[in-house]
Design a protein. Structure first.
Lengths: 482, 391, 191
């Protein structure tokens, strides 16, 4: 697989971001805690520049999918779509962290550096077309996140979250790797296109089936779908809140990017085998996530369970393989998911009332009176999460459920609608606290213009996609896999 | 006798036996040499009673050690305590199979005809890596011996040894990498051949690498000034505090075997192995009268002398100094050296020669500057000065 | 059974037995030693498969580096204190059940697959043949025949898998940062 040295230009954005991370690490040792704000703003700036640099490989590829480094990654519109989303998620996370990290005693350089390195991993995940590069990129992303989860190391919950995330994550990586080795054993290659070819031509061997199922299990862990979801609420609760927001969005986007690519581009020919596994997991995930969220009084845990439920909805799009709805319904849904989840977590960051991690639903009591704009934004996010028009969540779910129907999974679509109704209950609890309950005492509020601005952008985006879905739909339809 | 039985079984077995016996004897003789040399360097006599110039002292010592009682501490991990000496001596012996003592030679066996065989057990295409791998495994003897004895001194010795080994393995590995870049092979025999082809010992382009290698080698063999795992003024006897008799002898033997290994590898990598000096210069061919293995032994002996010389000269490092030297100095320097050598090697044989001239020149200039610099005040004077400041 | 097959089985059993020892031993140091034995057996398997380079690296990196660090940490942290809690808890039954079922499923399928492909005996010769005849094509240059193990690994690692290799280096950097961030005992006071 020879490749010219000029392929380096095709990973220019990733190279830039890695270098930026290294420079920030060094810069932070020079300026110390006092210069934290500048470090944060520099990292946001480098994310923006990375986003602009995405134009370079796109121009070189000339609109078509172009393999680079001997087929390790591909530069295509599909990866570009995910890359932009991931960069936005990382930038918003950093803005959320400004006040949060600033009032803590922890060093800033490593924190922002790790977010950037994790983002590099996600960018490579989005582009990976070879199971080796996908796996290594996945580990790069995950390892940074294990550390970020435990970054507030004097908080027991933070350490607990890191330990759980790390041990379970390492275990799931083992499962994934074992599956990959079986796939390699069965097909003799790790290149997705070649795997697909081998699957289409060769006989359907049990080895291959086990390999595919194990790979699916490993990836299900990363998107927190049942029965590999148990870690998610604990980690979201224990991790520093901006990092929880990052966890709920960034890794999921990247994991869905590789999930869809591996299953569509690599395992496509054996869709008959994996679609049953995916359907079972989707059903279980929707039920577990939404029923579990009903019983939570901690907002971070509730959002954790709700994001499990959303992972289940998104799996429906995977089942749409072969129909006209399959892939782009996932793209639209993930866009909506990113916007509304980041927004909802952003409000939790602002509210952070009782020290480190005591964000109960009661903390929202009386928010509407004290800050009507914040309450209104939260309502938008909650409506979107529940999937009620005119919000982005509705548009996303509409296309996802259509995909499942088209693919013949009618009972799953019905279950999904039922579970959306269930989700109304717990989302409504927050709305009720904000509008119908009197708040006691002062509302603690971390006033921070950067966070407010980020939330406003998320809210505007949620509404915009909900009211005017056409541009996004049109865009998503051009970003499909070949 | 079929060729397979001869070359596959008999000759390797004979070689193995010869190497093991030679090593055990060498280790013994080395103790005598070391003590005599130390005596000379410290202006005293050293062992001088048993035999001529005390030569049979090592035999007497060996006999004494064999007869001693074998003590095992009461709450020791008996199995591991027993196993540890062997864990250290087996790798030390195994390496001898790969060391290239000399090229092929022929001899006549009555009733069999002429047999041609090289003076090493085997030449692997990953020989150098294997040497590194096997020597690092020896460390388990030290760590486990220290742990199993249920003694704080021994444990501390074992821990120190583990930290030290890991720290100094890195610069050693990088030094070896630069030789691999120059020789373009991992086989020890091919590296020697490459030095002949290049017309230059790798010592010159690899001067920095040589110093790094030897320094790390001294640290890996736990010898002065890096003998912290067995620092007698701090830890009684370090990791082998709780060993006696034959087991203790085994530790001792392994230490000397490892010294020989490090010296032999340094010879192979940097001093042309068994080659005579200037192997490509015609008018020096009379040097070829001396057999190749003698040249090899001479070079190895030189390094062993340096080991002993070190011991007589340098005081022991403090532990934090040891770590700082390894991590903050040797590793960065060795990385820079790899980059330098890689550039030269990419350039080709000419590049190696240029690098050799540069390295040697820089070294000579450094020596000259050090010589020209006014001598530092003597230690006693400095101590006097600080005492005054303190008062 | 040929000598090669016998060697394979001895090494394989050693490797698996070592791995089982790691999880069943009560004393962490013993677990570490079992892991070491398992690594050694795997190195032997690499030699058996004519991958001497991998074998040497396996010993050098895992036995010489990683395990020494493990032992160092174990000895430093937990000097001969026996774990008090039971090694297995109330989930033992279900864990064993799931494990055995999974093992039966995957193992059975693998055995079936191995039968279909023709057993392990043919494998080493085939892989050796593949290694020795590896032909490397560089862009715009005549194909180069790769001589040995080390060259084959080098071509594969630094050319075909260059990108994952470089990503892995960033990964290791992150691991280092993480260890420092989480492991540093005292928090530095920034002014």
């Amino acid at each position: 697989m020879p490749f010219p040295l000029s392929d380096t230009l095709l990973i220019l954005p990733e190279l830039f971001l890695t270098t930026a991370g290294l420079v920030l690490l060094l810069r932070a040792t020079a300026v110390g805690k006092a210069g934290e704000r500048s470090i944060a703003l520099l990292s946001v700036a480098s994310l923006v520049v990375t986003g602009l640099l995405l134009w370079v490989p796109a121009a070189l590829a000339g609109g078509a999918a172009r393999p680079a480094f001997g087929g390790m990654i591909a530069v295509d519109r599909y990866s570009a779509f995910f890359k932009v989303l991931v960069l936005v998620a990382a930038a918003v996370t950093i803005l959320f962290s400004l006040r949060f990290l600033g009032t803590s005693p922890y060093p800033s350089g490593e924190y922002y550096g790790l977010i950037l390195f994790s983002t590099v991993g996600m960018l490579f995940m989005a582009a990976g077309t070879h199971l080796a590069s996908i796996y290594v990129a996945l580990e790069l992303m995950a390892l940074s996140q294990y550390v970020l989860a435990g970054y507030f190391k004097q908080e027991t919950k933070s350490i607990e979250a890191a330990a759980k995330y790390f041990i379970l994550g390492a275990f799931s990586s083992g499962i994934l790797l074992y599956g990959l080795s079986l796939v390699y054993g069965a097909t003799g290659t790790l290149d997705l296109a070649a795997v697909s070819q081998a699957l289409a031509q060769g006989p359907r061997t049990p080895l291959m089936v086990v390999g595919v199922v194990l790979v699916a299990c490993g990836l299900f862990f990363k998107i927190a779908s049942a029965p590999f979801h148990v870690w998610a609420p604990d980690v979201y609760e224990g991790a520093p809140t901006p990092i929880s927001a990052f966890f709920a969005v960034g890794p999921k986007l990247a994991a869905y990017a590789i999930l869809a690519r591996i299953f569509f581009e690599g395992f496509g020919p054996s869709a008959g085998d994996w679609s049953r596994v995916v359907a079972a997991s989707a059903a279980l995930t929707m039920v577990v996530g939404n029923v579990g969220a009903l019983m939570q009084s901690n907002v971070k845990r509730m959002l954790g369970y709700s994001s499990i439920g959303h992972a289940g909805y998104a799996l429906l799009g995977l089942l749409g393989y072969g129909t006209e709805y399959g892939l782009w319904s996932i793209l639209i849904y993930l866009t909506a998911y990113a916007l509304m989840n980041l927004g909802a977590f952003g409000l939790v960051v602002l509210l952070e009332a009782k020290g480190y991690a005591g964000e109960s639903v009661d903390d929202f009591n009386g928010l509407a009176k004290k800050n009507p704009w914040a309450a209104a934004a939260m309502v938008v996010f909650l409506l979107s999460l529940a999937g009620i028009p005119p919000t982005a969540g509705f548009v996303g779910k509409y296309f996802l459920f259509s995909a499942a129907m088209k693919a013949g999974w009618v009972w799953l679509a019905i279950l999904a609608v039922l579970m959306s109704v269930v989700s109304l209950f717990y989302y409504f609890r927050i709305a009720r606290a904000m509008y119908l309950v009197e708040g006691e005492g002062e509302l603690k509020w971390r006033e921070e213009p950067a966070v407010t601005a980020a939330i406003a952008v998320c809210a505007a985006g949620t509404l915009l996609v909900g009211i005017l879905p056409q541009p996004l739909v049109a865009l998503a339809r051009t970003c499909l896999l070949p | 006798m079929s060729p397979f039985v001869l070359h596959g079984i008999v000759i390797p077995a004979v070689k193995a036996a010869v190497f093991v016996i030679a090593m055990a004897t060498m280790a013994g003789v080395l103790t005598w040499i070391e003590r005599r040399l130390l005596g000379f360097l410290q202006v005293r006599k050293g062992p001088n009673r048993a035999g001529p110039a005390g030569f049979f002292q090592w035999v007497a010592d060996a006999v004494k050690l064999m007869m001693k009682e074998d003590v095992v501490p009461s709450r020791a991990e008996r199995a591991l305590h027993f196993l540890a000496p062997f864990l250290i001596v087996v790798p030390a012996l195994t390496v001898f199979a790969i060391l290239p003592w000399g090229p092929e030679f022929s001899f006549t066996v009555p009733g069999l005809g002429t047999v041609t065989t090289p003076l090493y057990a085997t030449d692997l295409n990953v020989g150098l890596l294997l040497v590194l791998a096997i020597t690092t495994v020896g460390i388990y003897g030290v760590i486990l011996g220290g742990w199993a004895a249920n003694s704080k001194y021994a444990l501390l010795g074992g821990l120190r040894s583990a930290a030290q080994l890991i720290s100094y393995e890195v610069p050693m590995g990088f030094a070896v990498v630069s030789v691999i870049l120059m020789g373009r092979s991992l086989s020890l025999v091919e590296i020697i051949q490459a030095q002949k082809d290049a017309g230059v010992w790798f010592l010159f382009p690899g001067l920095l690498a040589f110093f790094l290698y030897f320094l790390s080698g001294v640290a890996e063999t736990n010898r002065t000034p890096f003998d912290l795992p067995e620092a007698e003024s701090e830890l009684v006897a370090g990791f082998h505090t709780e060993y006696s008799g034959f087991k203790w002898t085994t530790f001792f033997m392994a230490e000397y075997a490892n010294m020989i290994t490090i010296s032999a590898i340094a010879t192979t990598l940097f001093f042309g192995g068994w080659l005579r000096p200037f192997p490509n210069v015609e008018w020096l061919s009379f040097l070829g009268i001396v057999p190749a293995w003698i040249w090899f032994l001479l070079k190895v002996s030189f390094f062993i002398f340096v080991y002993i010389w070190f011991r007589a000269t340098f005081p022991r490092f403090r532990f934090d100094q040891l770590m700082a030297l390894g991590w903050k100095f040797l590793i960065p320097v060795s990385l820079a050296n790899v980059a330098l050598v890689a550039i030269a090697a990419l350039w080709g044989p000419a590049g190696l020669k240029v690098l050799g001239v540069l390295m040697t020149g820089a070294f000579a200039v450094g020596l000259f500057l050090a010589w020209r610099r006014p001598a530092r005040p003597r230690a006693t004077e400095r101590m006097g000065a600080s005492a005054e400041v303190g008062a | 059974m040929t000598a090669a097959a016998l060697a394979f089985w001895v090494l394989a059993v050693l490797a698996v037995a070592g791995a089982i020892g790691v999880v069943t031993m009560r004393q962490p140091v013993h677990s570490a030693l079992c892991l070491l034995a398992s690594f050694m057996a795997v190195a032997g398997l690499f030699v058996w498969g004519r991958a001497e380079f991998l074998a040497a690296v396996q010993i050098l990196v895992y036995a010489g580096g990683v395990m020494v660090l493990f032992l160092f940490t174990i000895m430093l942290v937990n000097v001969r204190r026996q774990a008090r809690e039971a090694a297995l808890n109330r989930l033992t039954g279900s864990a064993v059940l799931v494990g055995v079922l999974l093992f039966a499923l995957v193992g059975g399928l693998l055995v079936a697959e191995a039968r279909r492909m023709g057993g392990p005996e043919g494998a080493p010769a085939a892989s050796a043949a593949r290694l020795s005849t590896t032909v490397v094509e560089a862009a715009g240059k005549a194909p180069v025949e790769v001589k040995g193990n080390s060259q084959a690994v080098a071509w594969s690692l630094y050319r075909d898998y260059l990108l994952p290799f470089e990503i892995a280096s960033v990964f290791l950097l992150v691991a280092m940062i993480g260890a420092v961030v989480l492991g540093k005992r005292t928090m530095e006071k920034f002014d």
